[in-house]
Write a protein that binds this ligand. Structure first.
Ligand SMILES: Cc1cc2nc3c(=O)[nH]c(=O)nc-3n(C[C@H](O)[C@H](O)[C@H](O)COP(=O)(O)O)c2cc1C
Length: 166
């Protein structure tokens, strides 16, 4: 199989996998950073841990390499504006929308569906990205189960999806 065929099939595969949307945050030397991500996985319950994959070219990458903590905020569909501002603004301006608080030194979206504050336990570079392993040291779940979901290059409200009748 040609390299470009593999690339295209892989890209289309990812396009058709519905993924929840997260606002990843950190703070280093007093400077806050936030970035939108879908590359997230739970890792283990013992200890409670997760991983995120972040492109080395993104503005949040360098702070994540140095900061002791980061936060994974699970966005609800009311946070479309938080995702949108990350696409059009840089740096501190991204925090101009959203109800941001601080916990363990990192920005936490106060009304996110869930917020998981992590201690960075490991970092592993692979290709263009770095995998950050986080041990969950603070967790809030707010029962607002209307996750903002990314599917086929657009945001959807999966909570409105009808049940599939067999
Ligand atoms: C829905 C969505 C999901 C994304 N997921 C990731 C991701 O998992 N990892 C990543 O490094 N960048 C991801 N990005 C891209 C980053 O959010 C960011 O826009 C881009 O890397 C540029 O960031 P910068 O302006 O802070 O450098 C995603 C963007 C969107 C819109």
């Amino acid at each position: 199989m040609l390299e470009e065929d593999i690339f295209e099939a892989f890209r289309d595969t990812m396009r058709h996998i519905a993924a929840p949307v997260f606002a990843i945050t950190t703070k280093h030397e007093g400077v806050r950073s936030v970035s939108v991500a879908t590359a997230f996985s739970s890792l283990s319950f013992d200890p409670p841990s997760l991983l995120i994959c972040v492109n080395q070219d993104t503005s949040i990458h360098a702070p994540l390499m140095k900061a002791e903590h980061f936060c994974v905020n699970v966005l609800g569909h009311s946070h479309r504006n938080v995702a949108d501002i990350c696409a059009i603004k840089k740096g501190e301006e991204r925090f101009s929308v959203g109800n941001w608080e601080e916990e363990m030194g990192v920005p936490v979206l106060a009304d996110a569906q869930s917020s998981l504050v992590c201690r960075t336990a490991d970092r592993h570079r692979f290709g263009s990205h770095t995998i950050f392993v986080g041990e969950v040291v603070g967790a809030r779940h707010r029962e607002n189960a209307k996750p903002l979901t990314y599917f086929d290059r657009r945001y959807i409200d999966i909570s409105q999806a009808p049940d599939l009748i067999a």
